[in-house]
Design a binder for this molecule. Structure first.
Ligand SMILES: NC(=O)c1ccc[n+]([C@@H]2O[C@H](COP(=O)([O-])OP(=O)(O)OC[C@H]3O[C@@H](n4cnc5c(N)ncnc54)[C@H](O)[C@@H]3O)[C@@H](O)[C@H]2O)c1
Length: 438
């Protein structure tokens, strides 16, 4: 099948490369010329385990191509995937300008029947707007080409995106027209039939938001439990084990920490809240989830400030982990960024380390005074007054604490992901602070 994928971010690249792996002929499109040039030369624009190999093998086999010329890619594509970003607008709604712009361009370029599939996360009703944009562009050039629209929200996780695409828990497809359903059934025939769930388009669009909002709710709930545990001298990690073992609850997304970030949870919770408000309903849970998370991003800073008696001027802190979660170079809405602003604002200097997100951090934060970017995580500790663990990369899980103690000027560890043993660190002479644990 000929496929066009518009938008070569995490979702577009993984979708395009993996579908090419099943023998389809895929062309991926982006407006970012530098990104496309890099991809043509075999450079993946971000860190995503395993993606480079899938891209390269399909590119070499001639099944996967990259271009900035949308018309060429779309012209004879049986399926056009829209995978561009849907960032938060100022009022919290999903900004659909890129999605609708692409829909218009598809309508201007189509030469044969096609299914236009939105994979980006978009509010209920967006498929109708996509249909309208494509139809308007076709009409403008007097082309009576038949097309249908579908919704196929993506659930992959950065850091495990290729495996998630190839072995998903399920694929959700919203399709109102039989030809769209038939085409997508064929496209997803590499999966067991029961894993491909067909439904109406509006329910498919809503499913993505409901899933992300529920996962974000679990995280914020546990972070609130962590706060309460601190007040009553209980250990939230023990509580986590106690509740996670309950078959009705489970362990997924109940680890307390210093707040969730990323390109999905924060913006999707905001967008869903905005949709509800627009319809006259004030969603209390979603508001609370956002509020708790915003507050949680400052929790480490408060612990650090308290440890140093309310004065951070002249202090140096080492930060381990900058990406919003392990195994990605993505820094969008990462907790680290909030913490860095808090610490710099209070007069501290920072020595930053991340296994793969250092360059992206340098690009975002700039080379300002008070910031040092270190490529070795032990070197980041040299002369620092404390170690702050922000993102739980494997590399940080079993450090040599003897070396950590030697490198640090003051033996203090602020563990934003509850990775270390408090008793063990205290035995070694460290001051140790975690989330919701004594
Ligand atoms: N990143 C994730 O983990 C994830 C998971 C599931 C769903 N989603 C959703 O998928 C969508 C894409 O997310 P992402 O993280 O892949 O985005 P991204 O920001 O990484 O990539 C989007 C790409 O679209 C390109 N683009 C913008 N306008 C364009 C246009 N007019 N023509 C061609 N290309 C254009 C950008 O240059 C960029 O390369 C979003 O709606 C997101 O919410 C993301």
């Amino acid at each position: 099948m000929r496929i066009a994928v518009i938008g070569t971010g995490y979702v577009g690249l993984v979708t395009g490369a993996c579908l090419a792996g099943f023998g389809n002929r895929v062309t991926c499109v982006d407006v970012d010329e530098e990104k496309i040039r890099g991809l043509q030369e075999g450079t993946v624009p971000f860190y995503e385990p395993g993606l480079g190999d899938v891209i390269l093998s399909n590119q070499r086999a001639g099944r996967l191509a990259f271009t900035t010329a949308l018309p060429e890619a779309v012209r004879d594509a049986r399926v056009c995937f829209i995978t561009v970003g849907t960032p938060s607008d100022v009022d919290g709604s999903a900004d659909l300008q890129y999605v609708l712009e692409v829909a218009e361009q598809i309508g201007a370029a189509l030469e044969g029947p096609s299914v236009v599939v939105t994979k980006s996360t978009v509010p209920v009703g967006t498929a109708d707007r996509v249909r309208h944009c494509v139809a308007r562009a076709l009409e403008a050039r007097g082309a009576g080409i038949p097309f249908s629209v579908a919704s196929n929200p993506e659930f992959l996780r950065e850091g495990a995106a290729v495996a998630d695409f190839l072995h998903p828990d399920r694929v959700v497809v919203g399709a109102d027209a039989p030809e769209a359903e038939e085409t997508l059934r064929e496209l997803y025939s590499f999966l067991p039939q029961e894993k491909v769930l067909f439904m109406d388009i509006r329910s498919a669009e809503m499913t993505k938001y409901a899933a992300n909002a529920l996962l974000a709710t679990k995280i914020s709930f546990m972070n609130e439990m962590a706060r309460i545990c601190e007040l009553v001298d209980a250990d939230v990690e023990k509580v986590r084990l106690g509740i996670g073992s309950d078959g009705r609850i489970g362990y997924a997304f109940i680890s307390p920490g210093c707040g969730y970030g990323g390109s999905c949870f924060p913006k999707d919770v905001r967008a869903l809240r905005h949709t509800a408000l627009q319809k006259g309903y004030s969603p209390r849970i979603l508001q609370a989830v956002e509020d708790v998370n915003e507050a949680q991003k400052h929790v480490l800073f408060q612990k650090i400030l308290r440890h140093f008696g309310g004065e951070l001027g002249g202090r140096v802190l080492a930060l381990w982990g900058l990406s919003f979660k392990p195994n990605t170079s993505d820094l969008r809405e990462a907790s680290s960024l909030v913490l860095i602003q808090d610490l710099l604002g209070a007069g501290a200097s920072l020595r930053l380390h991340d296994p793969v997100a250092l360059e992206e951090a340098r690009r975002l934060l700039g080379n300002r005074p008070g910031l040092a970017f270190l490529t070795d995580h032990y070197e980041a500790l040299e002369g620092a007054d404390g170690l702050v663990l922000v993102t739980e990369w494997d590399l940080y899980k079993q450090p040599d604490f003897r070396l950590v103690g030697q490198k640090l000027r003051e033996k203090a560890v602020f563990d934003g992901r509850n990775q270390y043993s408090g008793p063990e660190l205290r035995r070694r002479g460290f001051a140790y602070y975690a989330i919701g644990r004594p």
